[in-house]
Write a protein that binds this ligand. Structure first.
Ligand SMILES: Cc1cc2nc3c(=O)[nH]c(=O)nc-3n(C[C@H](O)[C@H](O)[C@H](O)COP(=O)(O)OP(=O)(O)OC[C@H]3O[C@@H](n4cnc5c(N)ncnc54)[C@H](O)[C@@H]3O)c2cc1C
Length: 264
């Protein structure tokens, strides 16, 4: 690891000021990805701006038909929040299945979404639930946020303040996980709203993506029979030591059906 200066501001304005003044400053949330990257010398920020001292960023609140989750809410907080358990149980279940207890105690929703690992769980929830990502300068809809593998439309030193999730009529997240890391080999979020169904997949491509054919069928008829005959194309699916593209396509079919069955 290279030398860096550490800062722990207690409000967002100070965090922004430090970031703008620094030569190559970086935000740190729980450090679950960033510290490992720095230890490997794949990142060498001049300054680390720890958001852990900004209490506002940890809040979880209910709005009108929405839930607002602070970017510094840990996976444990999302798992155990009675508000999230009541309003969007699929989100709380998703968080409970991330990594292990230590990772869940430190890892944050904002860090996960900013990092956009192609096998991470939250991108499927953010896309599947049609969330809005609120930063210090703008509001970004999930459909525009993720731009590629480990890439988002966030600018340097832009801070995610919170995420706003519309509350669906029913939803479920089901993942087929890597037994070692617990990252998704395939994970699917299905969410039904008054104006239609959204289906988002993680683990199977270069980033989370929606599947229009499944969404159209489920919007007409929210049942397994409506999607049983839909073939998932393998064109843009990844292949690795864990699963071929064809196997991932099969998993998407099966797991979406399980999610439809579990949706509440
Ligand atoms: C052993 C292990 C197992 C894991 N298993 C899973 C799993 O099963 N599923 C899964 O989804 N994830 C998994 N993870 C990832 C983990 O859940 C974290 O969410 C992820 O590593 C990000 O960590 P963090 O929140 O501590 O962010 P950090 O590591 O602190 O930051 C990550 C990146 O996000 C940026 N960032 C952080 N917060 C903000 C913000 N508010 N605004 C703008 N940019 C920001 C940072 O600058 C950095 O670039 C695993 C991690 C480990 C180490």
């Amino acid at each position: 690891m290279y030398n860096f200066s550490y800062h722990r501001p207690n409000n967002i304005d100070s965090a922004i000021a430090i970031l703008r003044k620094s030569e190559d400053g970086k935000i740190i949330a729980g450090g679950q990805t960033l510290i490992a990257t720095m230890k490997l010398r794949l990142a060498a920020p001049s300054d680390l701006v720890d958001l852990g001292g900004i209490e506002d960023l940890k809040a979880i609140r209910k709005g009108t038909k929405t839930l607002m989750v602070g970017s510094m809410a840990t996976h444990t907080q999302v798992t155990t929040s009675s508000l999230i358990q009541k309003e969007i149980p699929s989100l709380s279940k998703l968080a409970s299945e991330i990594g292990d207890q230590m990772v869940r105690n430190l890892g944050t929703i904002g860090g996960s979404v900013a990092n956009n690992d192609p096998a991470a769980d939250y991108p499927a929830a953010v896309l599947g639930l049609g969330a809005t990502i609120v930063t210090d300068t703008r509001e970004i809809h999930a459909d525009d946020f993720f731009t590629g593998m480990y890439e988002t439309c966030l600018k340097d030193s832009e801070i995610i303040k919170h995420l706003v999730f519309p509350i669906p009529n029913r939803s479920a997240y089901v993942k087929f996980k890597n037994p070692a890391s617990r990252y998704a080999i395939v994970g699917v979020m299905v969410a039904e709203f008054d104006n239609g169904v959204r289906v988002a997949v993680t683990g199977a491509g270069s980033g989370a993506f929606r599947i229009e054919s499944l969404e159209t069928a489920l919007t007409k008829d929210f049942s397994n029979t409506s999607i049983a005959g839909i073939k998932i194309p393998t064109d843009n699916l990844i292949e690795d030591m864990h699963a071929s593209a064809a196997y991932r396509a099969h998993l998407i079919q099966v797991i979406t059906q399980r999610a439809v069955q579990e949706a509440k």
